[in-house]
Design a protein around this ligand. Structure first.
Ligand SMILES: [Zn+2]
Ligand SMILES: [Zn+2]
Length: 145
């Protein structure tokens, strides 16, 4: 048993492989890659302009490309490029006090990101169906102003 210098891969890193909008459209880019993997492609709007933003699909890496000039501190809106459904959710970024956006995952989980450029607050939620239903139930019966 000798150490043959195993290649270091992204072991232990979570990658968004099949991100979807709430209506089920794929948010994965065919063209833009980060580290050889398909980027997450979203429509981005800022100050009346719209463009595309491509996110590094590895969870925890805050790398992106956009055809809009996104300066630190700008709060963007994120949409599905296909159906233009907003990805904003009720969850509030505790650092910026603005609604987060979510990329849905096929297993019922979601990646939540803060839409403020430069804010690194994000969360990964992996839930099973029962938990997800419970979450929906709670949010529907909780009336808050
Ligand atoms: Zn869509
Ligand atoms: Zn934030």
């Amino acid at each position: 048993m000798s150490d043959s210098g195993e290649e270091k891969k992204y072991t232990g890193r979570i990658r968004v492989m099949a991100g979807r909008c709430p209506k089920g459209h794929s948010l994965m880019s065919d063209e833009v890659l980060f580290n050889g993997e398909n980027a997450v492609a979203l429509e981005v709007r800022l100050a009346g302009k719209s463009g595309m933003i491509y996110l590094n699909p590895f969870y925890g890496i805050f790398e992106f490309r956009s055809d809009l000039n996104l300066e630190k501190g700008a709060v963007v809106e994120l949409f599905c490029p296909e159906c233009e459904t907003s990805l904003a959710i009720d969850e509030i970024c505790k650092l910026c006090n603005i609604p987060m956006a979510a990329i849905h995952l096929p297993d019922g989980g979601q990646v939540e990101v803060c839409p403020k450029v430069g804010c690194h607050n994000h969360a990964l939620k992996i839930v099973d169906l029962d938990e997800q239903l419970e979450r929906m139930y709670v949010s529907e019966t909780k009336f808050q102003m």
